[in-house]
Design a protein around this ligand. Structure first.
Ligand SMILES: NC(=O)C1=CN([C@@H]2O[C@H](COP(=O)(O)OP(=O)(O)OC[C@H]3O[C@@H](n4cnc5c(N)ncnc54)[C@H](O)[C@@H]3O)[C@@H](O)[C@H]2O)[C@H](O)CC1
Ligand code: K
Length: 499
């Protein structure tokens, strides 16, 4: 499923009309009807419904939705919240159809009247503003949105909640707080940002007849279970431990032995053939009982860096510490340019001074920062990153020729050529120490088992989050879930998604 900006959405509309001969009124009828049937899951026959209709085509959708609900016998009050003069084009055409169908509508004169109507309603459908919103809401929308948000009614939004910008990059807004949003055709970037996603509530996407084959590729898409089933490699029954990758994990320290232990165990649970751990010798007694299948390798000539040859993948950084005296490890890892390398956690802090050298590497380099670590790497503030995660991660990945996994409730996985996939699996139970170590282990393992690193990273993020979701569904809670629970839950998830 593509993820689009407002501009890309308008372009899709244009292509649909030019290439497929669809016209705006047909698209609006399709959109309104599809949204109605999608929203019916949240509406009961006995509900009183207020439909709020704005000035643009989002409002036009609102006339189609109100008409469809009335045709189905629902108790609907359609409120046009802007003067008649502002209802133009396709929206006006559908207003005429609405009226010709014998349905009345209310014209907003004072917010008191609307307040009374909302006071009697069970459901409010927001068809005021969609992707055409510019800047902060102007009156009368501010007043109306506040009235709706303070009422204890079910709030449903059409395409996106009024006031929420479609695109990343805008933090100053006031918006309709939807419980549920029915998105038209393709999710917009704001459905994936930490400061705008909450206004959507839950969301799903309705198809309105736009021909996918004719559409420009936005190079941004949602990675879902069907993609995982299609691309997760099958384990060859005649395989042997050497064929699923021999991985090296460099990290851990006497005070943080658990990190590499979880990375190693997660990697083996995800199908790695052999895992060697290079860590401070003092940490080994705390690690080996937890992951008996792992072997340990010592640094060469008493240093921290073991022999790097002969591995199918290396993961570096978890629990390693940020002591700049350890930077020689980073230099050696970059010089070992033939082996796929994943850098996480403390490794990202140590890597900062060596970013230009990454271009020397031929094998894939994967960085897996959370926003704080990405801020340190990129020099951006966390606020800037959260405001525009798509463009900042795309620019960084292209500039340094790396795969970038920017972790969060919506994890954006960017390839070195700037194409992006988003994983929205997972839950707040993952916002705990160790989650990142487990993810790194899963990613290392999948990277070694498939030619396509990007598929490996996309699938690894999805399997990690989905395991947490399955565990929370079956008995765990978001409070008690531990990173180590996710490791043990992986086998069930792999069974579900391996063909
Ligand atoms: N293929 C599709 O995606 C289809 C989408 N449809 C719906 O059309 C809207 C986009 O319609 P558009 O007319 O371009 O914009 P809006 O309806 O969002 O509103 C524009 C309207 O609002 C005024 N406005 C802009 N900013 C503000 C503000 N800050 N405060 C107050 N008013 C503002 C502006 O002046 C315009 O009058 C899309 O979201 C879908 O819902 C089609 O119906 C079907 C095909
Ligand atoms: K809306």
């Amino acid at each position: 499923m593509d993820i689009v900006t407002a501009q890309e959405m308008y372009e899709r509309d244009r292509v649909a009309m030019e290439a497929a001969g669809l016209d705006g009124k047909m698209l609006m009828e399709n959109a309104g009807r599809a949204v109605t049937y999608d929203l019916l899951r949240h509406i009961r026959k006995e509900h009183t419904i207020v439909v709020l209709i704005g000035a643009g085509n989002n409002g036009g959708d609102g006339f189609v939705i109100a008409r469809t609900l009335l045709n189905l016998g629902y108790d609907v009050e359609a409120w046009q919240v802007v003067p008649d003069a502002k209802i133009t084009g396709d929206a006006e055409a559908h207003k005429r159809i609405f009226q010709a169908s014998g349905h009345p509508y209310r014209l907003l004169k004072s917010s008191e009247d609307l307040n009374t109507s909302l006071g009697r309603a069970d459901v409010c459908i927001d068809a005021m503003l969609g992707i055409g919103v510019k800047g902060r809401l102007k009156e009368p929308y501010v007043d109306i949105v506040r009235l709706c948000n303070e009422k204890s009614i079910v709030r449903l939004a059409v395409d996106l909640p009024s006031g929420v910008p479609a695109d990343e990059g805008q933090e100053d807004f006031e918006a309709f707080q939807a419980h549920y949003t029915s998105i038209i055709e393709a999710p917009k970037q704001s459905a994936f940002l930490q400061h705008t996603q909450p206004y959507y509530g839950e969301w799903s996407v309705v198809e309105i007849g736009i021909p996918p084959k004719q559409l420009p590729d936005p190079r941004r898409r949602l990675w879902d279970g069907a993609d995982v089933k299609r691309t997760l490699p099958e384990r060859d029954a005649h395989s042997h431990k050497g064929s699923h990758g021999k991985g090296l994990i460099i990290g851990g320290s006497p005070l943080m032995p658990g990190s590499v232990a979880m990375t190693a165990r997660a990697s083996l649970r995800s199908g790695a053939g052999l895992i060697a751990v290079s860590t401070d010798p003092e940490a080994i007694p705390a690690i080996s009982p937890y992951v008996q299948e792992a072997t340990f390798v010592e640094g060469r000539d008493g240093g921290q860096v073991p022999d790097l040859e002969g591995y199918d993948g290396i993961a570096f950084g978890m629990g390693f510490g940020r002591d700049s005296k350890k930077e020689n490890v980073v230099e050696r890892l970059i010089e070992e340019k033939e082996t796929p390398l994943l850098v996480d956690a403390d490794g990202l802090y140590l890597l900062k001074g060596f970013l230009p050298a990454l271009e020397k590497r031929e094998a894939p380099t994967v960085l897996t920062p959370h926003p704080g670590e990405f801020a340190h790497l990129s020099g951006l503030s966390i606020k800037e990153i959260l405001n525009s995660p798509f463009s900042h991660s795309k620019n960084f990945a292209e500039e340094h020729g790396v795969y970038l996994v920017l972790k969060g409730p919506s994890t954006i996985i960017t390839s070195p050529d700037g194409e992006q996939r988003v994983d929205i699996s997972g839950n707040a139970g993952l916002a705990k120490g160790g989650s990142g170590d487990v993810l790194s282990g899963i990613l290392l393992s999948l990277m070694m088992q498939t030619e396509d690193v990007w598929d490996a990273l996309s699938n690894g993020c999805f399997l990690h989050g989905t395991t947490a979701d399955l565990l929370v569904q079956d008995g765990h809670s978001k409070v008690d879930l531990l990173a180590s629970d996710v490791i043990e839950g992986l086998s069930r998830t792999f069974r579900t998604f391996s063909s």
